[in-house]
Design a protein around this ligand. Sequence first.
Ligand code: SAH
Length: 354
Amino acid sequence: MADIPNLRSLTADEFTTSFQALGQPAYRSAQILDWLWKKRVSSIDEMSNLPVSLRETLKEKYELSAPTIVRAQGSKDTTRKLLLKLKDGRFVECVLIPASPALYGEQSDRLTLCVSSQVGCAFACKFCASGLLGFTRNLTPGEITAQILLAEELAGTRVNNLVFMGMGEPLANLPSLLKAIELITSPEGLHIGARHLTISTSGLVPQIKKLADHPRQIRLAISLHGATDEVRSKIMPVNDRWGVDELFEALRYWNSKKKQHLTLEYILIKGINDDLEQARILAKRAKAIRAKVNLIPYNTVEGLPWERPSEDHCRAFRDILKNSGISATLRLEKGHDIDAACGQLRLREETNSE
Ligand code: SAH
C-alpha cells in the first residue's frame, strides 16, 4: 500500500498550501484544523461543514486512521502506561504521570504525558530496554500527537506537560519532531505552551544547535549519565561521536538562545557511574551551564545486569551536588512497579508474541 499521508501529520501551513492547490478558499484550512484538533473527529465524513466533493477529494489524498490503545496499565500511584498499536502493527508506549513534581521547572500538580518519538532506538545505550531491540522506524507527526489525543481521552482531561522521554531519540527524528512541536503548540492545534514541552536527548550536538535556533521556548533535558568521557562512553555509544566537552559547548549555545534552564538527567547505576567523584565533576559542569540535575535510581531491565545503588548512596551523590549549590532532585521514580522506564512494556509485548 502506498504511504498516504495522515491528516493529523499536516501543519497549518501545509493545509493552506494544499487547499490553495485544490482551489479551495483559505477558511477551509481553519475548518479542517478545528475538526482534527478541537472536535477531534475520527473520520473525514464527520467534517459536516465541508462540501461532499471536498470530503471525497480528502479521502483520496489522505487518511485519518489513529493508533489504538491495546493495553493500559495502572499503578498504585496512578501512573498509567499505555501501549499503542500503530497501523503497521508496531507498538509504542506513552506514560501518564499525574501530580508530577516540578522536574523540569514547569508547574507541579498537573498531568504530565511522556511520549515516544520512534519505534525502537538506534543509539544503543547499554542500560536501556529500547536499545535492546534496535531501531525500527520514525514516528510520523500524527503518530506523535496521537499519543496526546488518546491519553487525554483516557484521562478525561487535558495534558498540561509533555516530555519526550518515551521510546526513541527525538532529535534523530527532527523533521517529525519539528512538525509535532508546531501541532502541539499552535493555537489551531493542541495549544500546549512551549514551556510545558521538554525534549529529552542522548546528546545529538548538531540537532541541539538546530533546536536552539527554533523560535519557540521549548525546554531541553540531556541524558548525561556520566560526567566524564571515560564513564559516559562506557554506557552511551553516542558519546564516541560527540564527547562531553562538545556536548556542553552545544548546551552553552542553547543557553544563549533560550530562557529556560537546562536539565541534566543522571541515572544512578551501581558501580558504573555512581562514584562520588562523578558527582563532583557533574556539579562543576552543571554550574557552568546553570543546569539543574535530576538523579534517577536505575530501573532494572530484564536481561540486563545493571542495578540501582543503595538509597543512602544515592542521597550522598545528591548531597555533593546540593552542597555545591546545584538544584538537584533525587527522583524515587513513580511507576517503577509498572516498568515505566523507557521501552520496557514494548519489549515484553514483542518478546511474548514471538
Ligand atoms: N533518547 C532520549 C529520550 C528517551 S529515554 C534520551 O536519551 O533522553 C528517556 C530517559 O529514560 C533517558 O534519560 C534514559 O536514559 C532513561 N532511561 C532509559 N532506561 C532507563 C532505565 N532502565 N532506568 C531509568 N532510566 C532509564
